[in-house]
Design a binder for this molecule. Sequence first.
Ligand SMILES: C[S@@+](CC[C@H](N)C(=O)[O-])C[C@H]1O[C@@H](n2cnc3c(N)ncnc32)[C@H](O)[C@@H]1O
Length: 246
Amino acid sequence: MTDPVFDMADLFGEDYLYFYADRTGDERSDADTELIWRLLELEPGMEVLDLACGHGRIANRLAARGCHVTGLDATPLFLQRARGDAEAWGVSVDYHHGDVRDLPWASRFDRVVNWFTSFGYFDDSGNRKVISEVARVLRPGGEFILELNNLPWLLRNLQSSVVMEREGNLLVDRNEFDPLTSRVLSRRAVIRDGRHRDLRFFTRTFGFPELRQWLHEAGFSTVAAYGDGGDSLTVHSRRLITVSTH
Ligand SMILES: C[S@@+](CC[C@H](N)C(=O)[O-])C[C@H]1O[C@@H](n2cnc3c(N)ncnc32)[C@H](O)[C@@H]1O
């Protein structure tokens, strides 16, 4: 079976920043950072990797709280924005352009963060490679937090069409679930300033037991599950958060 198309460069570009900057604005980013801080029991001075850090909204906040933060992402535009914000805030983050499947470190970090459905963009061997790379760059006893959609919630609530609007500009996602691969397959149309652009992407989705098994198979000894806001995971949790110890 051939893999569906993933238009990575078009998905993570200027339109993403334009439409998602509102949704992941200050309030949301502050709350995400606070939750990560609590669940990972972070302390100033810890070495933290924000994997697929995007435009640095979490990396910069963790640095402001005193962690030694490294951010890695594949999108130069997002890294440019992240570096600019870090400079404006007077915080220091080591930003790297790179691929989550091939990390340039070994046994280096106390904690690794992967947040806001930044996992599941590849075939399953690629997705597993990301987890094994995380295990490789963590120090013994280090912890990995992963946050993504919760499959039981998604199966009951997936909307075949989602519309976002900003200043009269539209982002329209048409979604379907593929039960053979446990992926949400999405077709996105962006209509902005009179310009129309179509792109396709997919996201692998997990129920907790499958993800826990993958994490154990990659060498993590314990895997804890949480739902929205760090509450207990239920079928009503929109998000699945795992905290795994290496
Ligand atoms: C949904 S965004 C989330 C960004 C960030 N974690 C946040 O919470 O705002 C996913 C990110 O994954 C990055 N990404 C996608 N594929 C990647 C890859 N192969 N290696 C590194 N980063 C990648 C994209 O550039 C994008 O910044």
